[in-house]
Design a protein around this ligand. Structure first.
Ligand SMILES: [Zn+2]
Length: 534
């Protein structure tokens, strides 16, 4: 199976070469096979939302691949750091247990096989509810049962700051002599740990790929904070024929001192290439079919040379998140071109499509068009945890509009724009546009404009604490579902009503009631009625 997938990628990629500057219509033809739509998952959201519920929600976009991040770096989720948005504070839109989560520093969320590790051991969460379950296993089992691809990600940082404070020799050293932020891959303990981590994941888990966006070196050329000049790097450089020890004072004195700066840059590239090759060679010893997916962070000048890694990497994922600021960004086009330039025609490229923060359905469609026109073989949703359902719908619609096979358009009705409303008003709640109930009872009508047939009906709505009410759905005057809002979860929910026969032209009616709405703006909210053909 894997061979077939790879062969299809090669065929696709050869087509890229032969039509590099062709029009979009022709380019979209090569997308018709094995297009991968993947999403990250985090252990806490799998705990909170449940894996089956998450995969159901991601099916809105047509997801066919997922990966669990283990280890994950410290960060507030949903992501907001350094984000200049005065409009709102971001919270998880569909997590029924918590509104936000401050992630612990560099913890793993699988059960590490400690016998594979040397001096440095992976660290699990301090929270029992996170450390007592093998979350990677949970994700793999559920994804496989649905026939999906599945992977793991090693995120930006893999050793915590506190571990490096206790063992400062593991830490990188900046050119000016100050301690760096990340561990140095030229320290033998760190190298041993990385090989063990990737080997553990490759050997003990039924995964198709390991993605990485770990930081290797920092800074460009010879700035104050360019890394690394630690004793292990000096020793390593000497063995490679570069006297880094003598070059350090020269580069501190003159950031353009050649050939030292050129030699230092080459050394960082050699070391980066070597660590990736070592990791991948060891992964393959345990699982010859596993794919190494390198996340290109647009960090070429830190030592990344994709051309030198094409013999080893299986695919390249690109983190292009600029659009989360709320504006289209054409950097995506040049970055896809850059990656293709260095990896050649055979390596699949996946571009991220940011669905969080100020991204919009229109911007998502633009991102997908630019990515598909640029010749990618897949898309990564960034990230499910902060993504309202409307943007998952935009992903599927964008893929369909751009001719990617296997992605049919979303069929459904927006309450705020497509229905006649009584007792509701327009509303914005947890990053989602919808309507809210303003009277004890509200009704929304529309007629069914699609082909007659059997459909699952999915309703997105909220079920807040303090709200006592119910929702009812009628098709052609027949009640097909009615449920009380008793979950008290303060977030968006999605209820699927299975197997309903609907005729073209029939009336679709939604009735919401609440005996105590508008207490501190808590009321019944509804956004979308989706029809999923059976
Ligand atoms: Zn170093």
């Amino acid at each position: 199976m894997r061979f077939i997938v790879r062969y299809a990628y090669v065929v696709c990629a050869l087509f890229v070469m032969s039509s590099y500057n062709n029009v979009a219509g022709q380019q979209s033809m090569r997308q018709k096979t094995n297009f991968e739509l993947t999403s990250s998952l985090y252990a806490w959201e799998v705990h909170d939302e449940g894996i089956e519920n998450i995969l159901d929600n991601l099916s809105i976009a047509g997801i066919n691949s997922v990966y669990l991040i283990s280890p994950m770096h410290r960060e507030r989720r949903p992501f907001i750091e350094g984000f200049p948005d005065g409009r709102q504070t971001y919270f998880f839109p569909h997590n029924p247990v918590r509104k936000e989560w401050m992630i612990e520093d560099s913890r793993v969320y699988h059960f590490p096989d400690m016998s594979m590790y040397g001096k440095i051991k992976p660290v699990q969460s301090d929270y029992k509810w996170l450390s007592d379950t093998n979350w990677l296993d949970v994700v793999i089992k559920a994804a496989r049962a649905r026939g999906m691809r599945v992977g793991a990600e090693v995120s930006h940082t893999y050793l915590s700051q506190s571990l490096m404070d206790q063992n400062p020799e593991w830490r990188q050293v900046n050119l000016d002599g100050t301690p760096g932020t990340n561990p140095c891959v030229n320290h033998p303990d760190v190298q041993e740990y990385l090989i063990a981590l990737y080997s553990d994941l490759s050997k003990n888990y039924d995964i198709d790929y390991i993605m990485t966006c770990m930081y290797v070196f920092s800074g460009s050329a010879a700035t104050r904070t360019t890394t690394c000049i630690c004793p292990y790097c000096q020793e390593k450089a000497k063995s490679m024929g570069f006297d880094l020890t003598t070059a350090i004072p020269i580069m501190r004195d003159n950031a353009m001192a050649y050939p030292e700066v050129e030699q230092f840059t080459k050394f960082r590239e050699d070391a980066t290439t070597e660590i990736y090759q070592l990791i991948i060679d060891n992964m393959r010893k345990h699982n010859p079919r596993i794919e190494f997916r390198l996340n290109c962070l647009n960090n070429w000048n830190t030592g990344l040379n994709l051309a030198r890694l094409t013999s080893h990497i299986g695919s390249v994922h690109m983190s292009t998140h600029q659009e989360q600021q709320g504006n289209p960004n054409t950097q995506r086009i040049s970055r896809i071109r850059s990656v293709r330039h260095y990896v050649g025609p055979e390596i699949p490229i996946l571009a991220s499509v940011t669905t969080r923060l100020l991204s919009t359905p229109d911007i998502i469609r633009t991102m997908i068009k630019q990515s598909v026109d640029g010749g990618v073989q897949g898309i990564g949703i960034k990230h499910y945890d902060g993504t309202p359902f409307s943007r998952l719908r935009a992903v599927r619609n964008g893929l369909h509009e751009n001719g990617v096979e296997g992605f049919s358009p979303i069929l459904g009705i927006e309450l705020e724009t497509d229905m006649i409303l009584k007792g509701f008003s327009r509303d914005f709640f947890l990053t989602e546009n919808g309507v809210k109930l303003t009277e004890p009872e509200g009704t929304a009508w529309s007629s069914f404009t699609y082909q007659s047939g059997k459909y699952d009906i999915a309703i997105t709505y909220t079920d807040e604490k303090q709200v006592k009410g119910s929702l009812e759905v009628l098709v052609g005057g027949r009640q097909v579902a009615k449920w009380d809002l008793t979950e008290d979860v303060d977030c968006w929910r999605r209820k699927v009503i299975p197997g309903i026969d609907i005729k073209n032209g029939e009336e679709i009616k939604l009735v919401a009631s609440s005996s105590n709405n508008s207490i501190a703006d808590k009321t019944v909210r509804v956004d979308f009625i989706e029809f999923i053909p059976k």
